[in-house]
Write a protein that binds this ligand. Structure first.
Ligand SMILES: [Zn+2]
Ligand SMILES: [Zn+2]
Ligand SMILES: [Zn+2]
Length: 132
């Protein structure tokens, strides 16, 4: 018997809406986009779909300095970092060799293995600074 695929269309709708966004968005923001587009999808469903996409590696997730969970469909598949405008949400994907080397070295110095790290930079982009 086939595995029932519940909520597949909702997940696809969330995936498509996320792919159209340039920067990181919260579940609430994406929910509003979907509702504006005529969808009747619920906020809890949007949140579950986003969490699922993040878990399967199809979306990046991070926490804003305010503690809000944000999501983005990144172009880069592998490990990378983000530079995020806290005003407009514009996001750049960064590779940071210096961070990779530093975390490896510091962890090794303390005898840590199997390490991971999260480094995301929040700030004000050039456009938002000019507009301010
Ligand atoms: Zn990313
Ligand atoms: Zn900005
Ligand atoms: Zn890194």
């Amino acid at each position: 018997m086939q595995q029932p695929k519940r909520n597949t269309w909702q997940r696809e709708a969330v995936r498509a809406a996320l792919a159209e966004k340039r920067g990181f968005v919260s579940a609430q923001q994406l929910h509003q986009v979907l509702r504006d587009g005529g969808s009747t999808i619920g906020l809890a469903t949007v949140y579950r779909a986003l969490a699922g996409l993040a878990e399967s590696g199809e979306a990046d997730s991070l926490q804003s300095p305010e503690g809000e969970n944000l999501f983005r469909s990144c172009a880069t598949q592998g490990h990378h970092h983000h530079l995020i405008c806290r005003s407009c949400g514009d996001t750049r994907e960064l590779s940071a060799t210096v961070v990779e080397e530093w975390t490896q070295r510091v962890a090794a110095e303390h005898g840590f293995t199997d390490i991971e790290h999260v480094v995301d930079i929040f700030g004000l982009c050039e456009r938002c600074r000019a507009a301010a």
